[in-house]
Write a protein that binds this ligand. Structure first.
Ligand code: GDP
Length: 304
């Protein structure tokens, strides 16, 4: 069964990792959000792509879900000592990724090629694609004005009140080489439990059209996010955060929805949207949970 998974960072990477443990490399393509990408300290940083690649490579820090395992922080500590910005934490091993990526991009290599080469070097055998090669920048409209995504997310710790989002460059962006082909040859598309507003929406804005069954896994469990600001965003935009709100968010393209046992009460309302449902344990705290949830999702798709 050929699957394309759409993913942001931490939540997306966990399910992508589960799927990668079950599906052979030729049956899984992960398309990753690049709206969070930014330039910092002269480096080109792709937080979601790196999180997905490190996770699939077994190099991710299991405590944070982002960054590298066994990381050291000497470079950023010395940057700080010199009066430079240290609010975006970059580990020493991680900096090597950004240095080499920046060098290649400056030479004119497209991001998709850089990621393909990095995946080969890290022995990631499933296909990981950026949503596009041209820059797309997620901008967050807040009560303090419009903020670049990392300014809002990391520097301001998601404190400003969200009023909306803009994906600068998304309308004009061409999907990266391989994205359209993967979507066309897929049996189904899985939306990983990533932030709908700032991880999945930018990808949808770039790919524009999906003509395949779409199964989304809710990133909201019991009205809360496992990590990150998705629930806070729903509230600030005047929508009660819930699995139902996520299903409503995707309703125009959704054929199936995976919600947590904790949210069983929403199942009938979601079914009424003409969406098939799977109620299961969607929390991936342990490594083994990833393959378990991926197996559930694949069986669900297979039962269509
Ligand atoms: P980010 O770009 O690093 O914020 O990562 P994503 O957008 O991919 O993931 C953030 C979302 O993942 C949050 O809304 C979390 O609630 C969700 N998430 C994280 N871990 C889990 C999990 O184990 N299960 C589920 N269902 N959602 C999760």
């Amino acid at each position: 069964m050929k699957i394309v998974a759409l993913a942001g960072g931490v939540g997306g990477a966990k399910l992508a990792h589960g799927l990668a443990q079950i599906l052979p490399p030729e049956e899984l393509t992960v398309i990753v959000n690049t709206g969070d990408d930014f330039e910092h300290l002269g480096l080109y940083i792709c937080p979601d792509l790196d999180t997905v690649c490190y996770t699939l490579a077994g190099l991710a820090n299991p405590e944070t879900g982002w960054g590298r395992v066994g990381e050291s922080w000497n470079t950023i500590a010395n940057v700080e000592k010199l009066g430079g910005p240290a609010w975006f934490r970059l580990g020493d091993q991680d900096i090597a990724t950004h240095l080499e990526r920046t060098r290649r991009l400056k030479e004119g290599q497209p991001l998709s090629q850089v990621i393909r080469d990095f995946c080969r070097a890290w022995d990631v055998r499933h296909t990981v694609l950026p949503m596009c090669d041209s820059p797309v920048r997620t901008m967050v409209d807040t009560d303090e004005g419009e903020l670049a995504f990392q300014e809002y997310f990391v520097h301001r710790r998601c404190e400003p009140i969200v009023k909306g989002f803009r994906f600068d460059g998304a309308e004009a962006a061409e999907p990266a080489p391989g994205v359209r082909e993967a979507l066309e040859s897929a049996d189904a598309i899985v939306f990983c439990p990533s932030n709908p507003w700032v991880s999945i929406d930018p990808i949808l804005r770039v790919v524009k059209k999906i003509n395949k069954p779409v199964v989304a896994v809710s990133p909201i469990i019991g009205g809360k996010t496992v990590k990150g600001p998705a629930a806070k965003m729903y509230t600030e935009l005047g929508i009660e955060p819930s699995a139902l709100a996520v299903a409503m968010h995707y309703r125009t393209i959704l054929t199936g929805f995976v919600l947590d046992n904790a949210d069983l009460k929403y199942e009938e309302e979601i079914k009424a949207l003409q969406v098939k449902t799977l109620v299961t344990d969607t929390l991936m705290n342990q490594l083994t949970d990833r393959a378990r949830l991926a197996t559930d999702v694949l069986h669900f798709i297979g039962s269509y």
